[in-house]
Design a protein around this ligand. Structure first.
Ligand SMILES: [Zn+2]
Length: 193
C-alpha cells in the first residue's frame, strides 16, 4: 500500500500522528493496492473523499485533524474509502456483494469498531448511545464492539440490524454498572443470539 501526505499535512504532522496513521493502515488490507493521499483539516475531526475521473475511481483522500487524533477517527475515514471502493466505479452497475460495507455514516462507525479493538479508543460519532456511555466510554468500548460484530452478522438475515444494535446499546447503558474486573467476557456473549 502506498500513501502520501499533502504538503500542508507534512507541515502539521507530528511523529505521534504519523505513527498512528501508519499503524492503522495495516488493518486495512483492502486498501493495499491503492494509493492514499492523507491531508490535513482543522475544521472537522476528519473527512474522506473518493475522486472519480470519468466515472472511474482515480484518487482516495482522507483528511485528518492532527490535534488529539484518535484511531477511531483514522479508522472511520479509512472505512469510508472501503465503502467507496465497494461501491466501485460509477460506470459499473452497483456492486451487490453482501459482504461489502454498506454506505452511510452509522454503517461506517459499526464496521470501524468491529474491525479491531484498536479503533475503539474513542466513542463513535454516529451510533446512537446514551450519554453515560460516551462519558465513560472505556467501560463500554469492548461490549459495544462485540455488539457491532454481532450486528454485522445479523445484517445477513435482518434488515433492521442498526435498530437492533442501537436497542442493545441502550439496554447496555441501562444495565447496572458492573466492575470490569468482576465481569468475565463470557457474560457478554448471550447478546450474540
Ligand atoms: Zn464519516
Amino acid at each position: 500500500m502506498e500513501f502520501k501526505f499533502t504538503p500542508l499535512m507534512k507541515q502539521r504532522l507530528t511523529r505521534r500522528a504519523s505513527e498512528m496513521i501508519e499503524h492503522s493502515l495495516r488493518y486495512f488490507p483492502e486498501l493495499q493496492d491503492s494509493t492514499i493521499t492523507i491531508g490535513y483539516t482543522r475544521k472537522h475531526l476528519g473527512s474522506a473523499t473518493v475522486i472519480y475521473r470519468k466515472g472511474i475511481i482515480s484518487r482516495l483522500i482522507i483528511r485528518l485533524k492532527v490535534r488529539r487524533l484518535t484511531y477511531q477517527t483514522i479508522g472511520h475515514e479509512l472505512t469510508h474509502l472501503i465503502q467507496g471502493l465497494g461501491r466501485g466505479n460509477l460506470t459499473a452497475p452497483r456492486a451487490t456483494d453482501p459482504d461489502r460495507i454498506p454506505s452511510g455514516e452509522t454503517q461506517c462507525d459499526i464496521w470501524t469498531l468491529a474491525r479491531d479493538p484498536l479503533f475503539c479508543d474513542d466513542p463513535p460519532t454516529y451510533i446512537k448511545m446514551p450519554r453515560v456511555m460516551r462519558e465513560r466510554w472505556p467501560d463500554y468500548a469492548e461490549s459495544v464492539r462485540e455488539l457491532c460484530v454481532a450486528a454485522i452478522e445479523k445484517r445477513h438475515t435482518q434488515r433492521q440490524y442498526i435498530r437492533w444494535l442501537e436497542q442493545k446499546i441502550r439496554e447496555l447503558g441501562k444495565a447496572p454498572k458492573r466492575e470490569k474486573s468482576a465481569c468475565p467476557a463470557q457474560l457478554f456473549l448471550p447478546f450474540v443470539i
